[in-house]
Structures are given as C-alpha cells and as structure tokens.
Design a protein around this ligand. Structure first.
Ligand code: ZN
Length: 293
C-alpha cells in the first residue's frame, strides 16, 4: 500500500511516529518543578494526566497491548512475563501494519541477560519490529543507542522504552528519594530527546506515555487496580498538534490506533482503541480522516 500523500500543503502530515514509554512514571509527578522537561512536554503537547492502562497494570501486558492494539484478553499475555504471543491469536501489530505499508519500524529496548536473549529476539520479531537494538537499561544509554535511527529513519515507526523509574520503584518504592532521582534522570534524557526531535518536529509525532504507575496498594509494586497503579499520562507533540489538556477517559489502547491513523495507515478492525483526533487542529483531523485507508 502506498504511503499517504499530503492533500493539504498547509497542514504538515505526520511522516514518522516516535513512541516513548516511560516505564512506571506516575502521572501525578507531571507538573512537579523538579522535572522541568516533563513540564515543557506537557505545555507543548496535547496531553492527559488521567488516562488508564490495561489490567493487570504490568509492563509485559501493557507493551503487548501497545504494540498489538488489543486488550490482554485478546493477546493472551496476562502477567509480567514477556512471551511470544500465541500464533493462534493472529495479532496484527502496529509494526506489522507499518511494515506492510513499506515503512520501517525500529525499537530500542533494555539489554536482557544472554540466557534469554534469543527469547527476547523471538518476542520482538513476533511483534513485527523490523529492527531492534538492545542497550544498557537506562534512559541515556537507550537514547544514545537510538540516535542513529532518530537521525536517519525519517518515516515509519520508532519505539523507545525507558525502564529507569520502574526498576528503582521496585527496589526503593514509588515516590521514594531514589525513585524521584530516577525520574530526574529520565526527565533529563527526555529533554535531550525533545531537542533531538526539534529539527524534525514538522513531520514527527512524538507520543510519550507511561505503561503504568506504582505504589498504589504496595509501595514497591504497581499491579493492582488502584488508581495510582493504573493512571497514566499520555502526551502528543508534533505537527498540527494543538497543545491542550485532553478529555478524560483515554486509555493506553487509544495510542496504537492513533499511531496508525496519524501515519495514514489502516487500523485493523480488532483494535479496540480510537485515534486521539482531538489532539490535532481541526483541518488536520479532517485531512487525516479523509486520507486514512
Ligand atoms: Zn515493574
């Protein structure tokens, strides 16, 4: 399928979507003056601090939903153990759709112990990413590992996962001094990423979100249905995005639908989310709706 042609020259189309997953970042920290880059992103974006993730609110479940567009009951990953989604589920992931359109999809995730490295590669390839790089498990290393593609891959899909806050949250507790220090490091890396994207912001849509919060029922975990565990922030920044606070009721599952819609690609029928059209200026909403397959 050919990539969408921009119909309206005055409304810059999205050529590339960068999804940034801030693992375990609590939504109620956005606005805290200790994290100026989160504030800058909030102010420049269409955003909500009151979206919800899938249940159970753990990373493997949320990341599989984020990439496959369907809830846990449909993709079958139901615990915090990453695994290859069952082939019988016949998932059509975001990277599958992107690749079918002849566009590249790239991801950078944390390095895993070598014993499970081949499993990690199988999972990633089942999810459809055409290229994946592994790097040390901190935001700055993961950003550095993504720089070549951030600078050279000008279209398609890029996903980055930064585990910093989650790792420290499990060890020291959400909102502990050590956790807040991890948020500060991630915030710093976020500033570097946004500066990196500044030169391409005319055609790159950045969608940053958390996969879950933490410290709801248990200080060092996040898998309950407590609002502090399930509430996530979602930010959209890029061409023709209208900075604003978005309505309540958005979910993590709206993100995969938004990625494909913004790229002008077909959204598989099974996807349960809805593109976050309200984030965009009205003419672009109409333009994208008219050209989406
Ligand atoms: Zn965790």
């Amino acid at each position: 399928m050919p990539h969408r042609d921009p119909l309206i020259a005055s409304t810059p189309p999205v050529r590339r979507v960068v999804v940034l997953v801030l693992d375990g970042l609590r939504a109620d920290l956005v606005g805290d003056p200790r994290f100026p880059n989160l504030i800058a992103l909030r102010d420049a974006s269409a955003h909500t601090l009151n979206a919800t993730t899938v249940l159970p609110s753990v990373t493997a479940v949320a990341m599989t939903s984020l990439l496959s567009g369907v809830p846990p009951a449909d993709h079958g990953v139901d615990s915090d153990r990453f695994r290859v989604p069952d082939a019988s589920r016949a998932l059509t992931t975001v990277p599958h759709v992107v690749t079918s359109a002849g566009l590249p999809s790239f991801g950078v995730v944390r390095q895993v112990p070598w014993l499970i490295r081949s499993l990690a590669k199988r999972i990633v390839s089942a999810l459809g990413l055409s290229t994946v790089r592994f790097a040390s498990p901190n935001a700055h290393s993961l950003l550095a590992a993504a720089l070549p593609e951030l600078r050279s891959q000008r279209d398609g899909f890029i996903i980055l996962h930064w585990p910093d806050c989650d790792a420290i949250g499990h060890r020291a507790g959400w909102m502990s001094p050590a956790y807040l220090a991890a948020v500060a490091r991630m915030d710093h890396a976020l500033g570097a990423l946004r500066r990196e994207l500044a030169s391409t912001r005319h055609d790159t849509l950045l969608i940053a979100l958390a996969d879950h919060g933490g410290g709801g029922r248990v200080a060092t975990h996040h898998d309950s249905a407590h609002p502090l565990d399930c509430t996530i922030p979602i930010f959209l920044e890029g061409p023709a995005v209208c900075p604003q606070e978005l309505m309540d009721g958005l979910t993590l599952l709206d993100v995969p639908a938004t990625v494909l819609w913004a790229l002008g690609l077909p959204i598989p029928e099974r996807y349960t989310g809805t593109p976050i059209r309200d984030a965009f200026l009205a003419p672009v909403r109409a333009d994208l709706a008219a050209t989406a397959a």
